[in-house]
Design a protein. Structure first.
Length: 431
């Protein structure tokens, strides 16, 4: 074993005594002991930090700055060292020194939350509104939720969020006024996508992208609701809506064949579906399930099954097609979630729709219209509400994504068949 370093032993002893002196209010004694340590090791990091913190607490910003400057000159590898120097400079109203220290902190860690907040504070004080908003926006993007922050940081992050929100509101108001004559020029043009793009840019709406939970097919445009005119095969299905509804009512009166829409085992994470897992509040009467026709149920709904023959059913063995009557009981909400694959889209045919029933995909919130259908990409976050006192019923079925080529569809079918062979009993996912 190497013998103990006498210099290190002496420093440790002096440091311990300095800590005791501070705790008992003997500031002059503590300063004398820290000075002796620096005579032995002029770059001793803990001592320089302690000197700086002590001077800062005493309001001696010049001494704090000297200590912190010596520390970064000797080391400078920790963003906190530069942040401490920036705070001392701020209190001395040395804005160039403050900016330089913040830049060094962010060079070491561009996602350091206190450094980003300090940058925003400095830019705000300098009247650089746009730059401050960007800095505060960066701070907001890396910050955990307020309730998970250290209490000392919450006021600063709250200010950053409020500043950024106010900035976005000002920008939104300015653009609304600026673009008004252009909107009037294109009164009869469909500008919904453009309006959404502006709202997303200024923070009024969130950006929603396709997030396929199981299988994602790249370069398919994520579209919340597709143009109804692109699906002429829906016409005869809508024309049969009354007959389909009557078949459902007959099935409902029999009270057989209905199962919870969500049925996770107890030993797997339920996530947002914990409240509805194995619950009759959201149930289904399956016609096709996991790619197989449910004969007992399908035989009770011949007109419905005949109407579905006109839809371009996806072919993913063990997975699709899928079709069901979806029942949402009064005062029930389906939480936000994403579907399993964008290789297929989901169709709703509205059958029994009380007032106060809504459906959201991304930023687009709609109300079902009895007898009418829509097609949407369920890999974009979506949710549903039934705030009424009555039952809501929709026929749900999936279709091939129309932008897939015939060859791509065949390859997806082949791949799914191969996965089914590989996975065996573990294969499958539900709609």
């Amino acid at each position: 074993m190497n013998p103990p370093d006498p210099r290190l032993q002496e420093i440790n002893a002096l440091e311990a005594e300095a800590v005791r002196a501070v705790r008992t209010g003997r500031d002059e004694e503590a300063n004398r002991l820290w000075g002796r340590i620096l005579q032995i090791d002029s770059s001793h990091g803990r001592t320089l930090t302690a000197l700086g913190q002590h001077a800062f607490r005493q309001g001696d910003m010049q001494s704090a700055r000297v200590a912190y400057q010596r520390l970064v000159d000797a080391d400078g590898s920790d963003p906190r060292q530069w942040i401490n120097l920036a705070l001392a400079c701020r209190n001395l109203r040395d804005e160039p020194g403050e900016e330089n220290a913040i830049q060094h902190a962010l060079k070491l860690d561009p996602m350091d939350l206190p450094a980003l907040i300090l940058r925003g504070n400095l830019l705000e004080r300098l009247g650089k509104t746009h730059e401050a908003a960007r800095a505060y926006g960066a701070a907001a993007s890396v910050s955990p939720p307020l309730e998970r922050l250290h209490p000392d940081l919450r006021p600063a992050v709250s200010h950053a969020l409020a500043y950024r929100e106010k900035y976005n509101q000002d920008c939104s108001s300015f653009l609304a006024q600026y673009l008004d004559p252009y909107y009037k020029q294109f009164t009869h043009e469909p500008l919904g996508r453009f309006r959404d793009s502006v709202d997303i840019m200024v923070g009024k709406k969130k950006r929603y992208d396709s997030r396929s939970e199981v299988y994602h097919f790249p370069r398919l445009a994520p579209i919340e609701f597709f143009d109804r005119a692109d699906f002429p095969w829906l016409d005869p299905i809508e024309e049969a809506a009354n007959e389909i509804r009557d078949e459902f009512i007959a099935v409902l009166s029999g009270e057989e064949g209905f199962t919870p829409y969500i049925s996770y085992p107890q030993d797997v994470p339920h996530n947002q579906f914990a409240e509805l897992n194995n619950s009759p509040r959201w149930s289904a009467f399956h016609l096709y399930k996991m790619g197989e026709r449910v004969e007992e149920n399908a035989n009770k709904c011949p007109k419905t099954m005949n109407a579905l023959e006109g839809a371009p059913k996806p072919d993913q063995p063990g997975r699709t097609p899928a079709a069901m009557f979806s029942l949402l009981k009064p005062k029930t909400r389906i939480p936000p979630h994403n579907g399993v694959t964008n290789a297929r889209l989901v169709t709703h045919l509205a059958l029994i729709i009380p007032e106060a029933c809504r459906f959201r995909v991304g930023n687009d919130i709609r109300q079902w219209v009895p007898g009418k259908a829509w097609v949407f990409d369920d890999t974009i976050e979506h949710e549903a509400w039934n705030d009424s006192d009555k039952l809501r019923v929709v026929l749900i079925f999936d279709i091939w994504h129309p932008h897939l080529t015939p060859a791509e569809r065949e390859m997806i079918t082949a791949m799914t068949t191969g996965l089914k062979a590989f996975l065996g009993a573990s294969a499958g996912f539900e709609l």
